[in-house]
Every structure is written in structure tokens, then in C-alpha cells.
Design a protein. Structure first.
Length: 244
């Protein structure tokens, strides 16, 4: 729980709850409306008085005005930036641009954000080249995406053009064509019974959505359809013709 002026969770800032005002010196006991004795030394509404804030908690919503906690220094912007970056990197790999955008949304000062991003890059916590290479390998193997789609995804994540080009070039053209063949073969059964033109259009649309160009797509589709016909020849209807 933090007060309205406190920094992020885990940061030491003016929202710390340990600095309440000094207790007043014990005074004469006071009598309540029914003659009961009130606790001595507990300020009205302070800790131990039994008062609760509007949210139902045992403490006020922030440090008492004028207390040492209320007058403490603001959270260090670089410490805030480090905490944000480490939390995001723990959840999933991120590019430098993605982390910079997260810091901007949290209104971290630009100089503090740049200093932290530079330091993280130096120690290898941010590595756009490794991110791009792993992205290409994973998304091609798992989703069958072609180089064009992979490049678009990397650009969307802020990877610079040279790094994008280097990453997608690791995907061999023949490997890309073989993946396209597997995708078409997998979808082929669902298109059986349709007109050849309809089958071709649906298969080509599937490959286009995964980033395959029309030249490669139609070549692969033609090869797979011809292979299907060779593996499943049409049986003649005339019973007088002998079977092969």
C-alpha cells in the first residue's frame, strides 16, 4: 500500500508509513460521554486510536502533513526506470524501443530513461539483435510465418531496419518454401470437393496472410495439387475397362 505521494512499490519515498509524528506527552486522563476513560497518549485519528480512513483501513491515506515522511525526497527517477524495465523483462523479452515507450508512458524523465536503457544494453539485458533472431526462429517454426510477415512484426516492435534485415535473412528461401508446402498440405483436406479455382484462391489467401508472396504461393499450391492428383487417381466409371 502506498500513499498518494509515494513512489512505485518497493521504492523508498515520501509515502513510507514508518515516520508518524512524535506521540504527545501523556496528559491527564479524559472522560468520555459515558464516563469511560480514553487512552492517554493516542492522538485523535492517529494510530492506535481506533479511527479508520474512508477506505476502511487502519491508517490514513498518506503521511501526516508536516511529518518527516511528508517532507522526504522524491523517488530517484533512475531507480524507478530500473524497476519498470526489470519487471517487464522478467515477464517477456522486450526490445529497447518497447522499454523506452513503457518509460515514456510512466512519465520517467527522458535523461533518466536513456541512462538506464544504455546501461541495460551494455550489460546485455537489452539486445535487439538476439531478440530479432529468436523472434524469427520461433514465429517461423511455430506459426509458419514468412520473411515478409516476420519483418513487419519486428518493425512494429521498434527494431531498426538493419537488424530486421539481418534477422530475416537467416531464414533460407528453401526452408521458407518447404514450410509453405506443409501449410498447404495441412489445409488441403478441408478444401476437397471444391472447384479447383476456389481451392487455389483459399490456399493462396492463407499463405498471403502469413506473408508469402504470390509467386511462391501459387508455385507451391500447384505442386501440392499435382501431387494430390498423382497420389489419388480417378477410377474410371466404365466397368468394361480393366483396372490397372
Amino acid at each position: 500500500m502506498t500513499g498518494p505521494d509515494s513512489g512505485p512499490v518497493g521504492e523508498t519515498g515520501p509515502g513510507d508509513w514508518g515516520a508518524w509524528p512524535d506521540r504527545p506527552e501523556p496528559g491527564p486522563a479524559r472522560t468520555g460521554r459515558r464516563g469511560g476513560r480514553k487512552r492517554r497518549g493516542a492522538p485523535e485519528g492517529g494510530p492506535g486510536s481506533g479511527a479508520r480512513d474512508a477506505g476502511g483501513g487502519p491508517f490514513p491515506d498518506g503521511p501526516v502533513e508536516g511529518s518527516p515522511a511528508d517532507q522526504g525526497p522524491a523517488a530517484d527517477p533512475q531507480a524507478v526506470a530500473r524497476a519498470i524495465c526489470l519487471r517487464l523483462l522478467t515477464m517477456a523479452p522486450r526490445t529497447r524501443a518497447q522499454l523506452a515507450e513503457a518509460l515514456r508512458r510512466r512519465e520517467v524523465p527522458e535523461d533518466a530513461a536513456e541512462a538506464v536503457l544504455e546501461r541495460f544494453s551494455e550489460v546485455g539485458l537489452i539486445d535487439d539483435e538476439a531478440f530479432a533472431a529468436a523472434w524469427v526462429s520461433s514465429r517461423h517454426t511455430g506459426r509458419g510465418l514468412a520473411r515478409r510477415a516476420l519483418a513487419s512484426e519486428l518493425r512494429h516492435r521498434g527494431v531498426d531496419e538493419d537488424t530486421v534485415k539481418e534477422a530475416v535473412e537467416q531464414l533460407d528461401p528453401e526452408q521458407e518454401a518447404e514450410t509453405a508446402r506443409r501449410l498447404v498440405a495441412r489445409k488441403l483436406r478441408a478444401t476437397r470437393g471444391l472447384e479447383p479455382a476456389v481451392r487455389t484462391r483459399r490456399l493462396a489467401g492463407m499463405l498471403a496472410r502469413k506473408g508469402y508472396g504470390p509467386g511462391l504461393a501459387f508455385r507451391v499450391i500447384r505442386e501440392v495439387l499435382e501431387s494430390e492428383e498423382a497420389d489419388d487417381p480417378v477410377v474410371p466409371d466404365d466397368p468394361d475397362l480393366p483396372f490397372a
